[in-house]
Ligand binder design. Structure first.
Ligand code: B12
Length: 224
């Protein structure tokens, strides 16, 4: 059987450097029915994410194999599919970018698994990388996990850091979709910058501009 550490090692090599485990049931108990994983309650779930470590790998891949319309999503699916190709008890892979009815509340999953604390600013905060992480996929395995590890604990005090910035961003117009977020993108970056944890882990400019504005860096093959 391919163990969790080996799957995580494969993903980390490709830039998906963060992971934690919990049981499917402990996540399902936290969310409304449409967001549940279903299946066995003791199934093991690995939640994968990335720090800024994703960017060099992704950048190299897009320069050499692109253009892809959605490079991050396409790359993540390829990496996770390859990392789990020989896993006999693979039940499901849910990606954070999947729309309903396959959407999962991946921040709640990451919080429950102890990977990163879900803060009131709607961002998960990792003890080392702060809010400068993304959450990418949940890999569900049919091997039992009878006692789920503890949930994440708060590493910071939001009231004097991100929350005033969240209020400013919301006052500028609470976004219902990505276009509305882009209209005030610098306010949303300011909220992330306000967190005292993980300042050294901030994404570089190309990664920030790609994630908030969808800007393809110079050197990436142009979309047709
Ligand atoms: C839809 C969505 C959005 C919508 C939110 C609309 C809304 N009102 O819910 C919009 C387009 C506005 C948005 C914006 C952003 N998002 Co977004 N988003 C998602 C997505 C795809 C689904 C969220 C969802 O429906 N979850 C299901 C519900 C049931 O879960 P929930 O726990 O109850 O609700 C969570 C979210 O809905 C969100 N939320 C709920 N209400 C509101 C209201 C506002 C104003 C915002 C901003 C968020 C928000 O926070 C909740 C937890 O506190 C997730 C990925 C995922 N699968 O979860 C990414 C995700 C949450 N987003 C993410 C990010 C980074 C952003 C942005 C910073 C921009 C970006 N592209 O990088 C901005 C700004 C957000 C911020 N807090 O700074 C990351 C968060 C990483 C982290 N460290 O936690 C995720 C996990 C994607 C990823 N690949 O990592 N997003």
């Amino acid at each position: 059987m391919v163990d969790v550490d080996e799957i995580a090692r494969r993903c980390a090599t490709a830039g998906l450097d963060l992971h934690a485990i919990t049981s499917a049931g402990s996540y399902d108990d936290l969310v409304d029915p449409p967001y549940r994983l279903g299946g066995g309650r003791t199934d093991t779930v690995i939640v994968f994410g990335n720090s800024r470590a994703l960017w060099p790998a992704l950048d190299r891949w897009e320069r050499t194999t692109g253009p892809h319309a959605d490079p991050v999503d396409t790359y993540v699916m390829q990496v996770v599919a390859e990392a789990t190709a020989d896993v006999d008890d693979l039940v499901d892979i849910r990606y954070s970018h999947e729309p309903p009815p396959r959407r999962i509340a991946i921040q709640r999953l990451a919080d429950r698994a102890g990977l990163a604390w879900l803060s009131p600013s709607h961002l998960c905060v990792h003890p080392e990388h702060g809010p400068w992480i993304a959450l990418r996929a949940a890999v569900v395995l049919g091997r039992p996990l009878h006692s789920a590890p503890p949930a994440a604990i708060a590493p910071c005090a939001c009231a004097s850091h991100c929350l005033p910035k969240l209020a400013e961003a919301i006052a500028a117009g609470e976004p219902a979709d990505n276009d509305e977020m882009v209209a005030h993108w610098e306010r949303w970056v300011a909220m992330r910058d306000a967190c005292p944890i993980g300042r050294a882990a901030r994404y570089d400019d190309a990664q920030v501009r790609y994630h908030y504005l969808g800007e393809r860096p110079a050197g990436w093959p142009p979309l047709g």
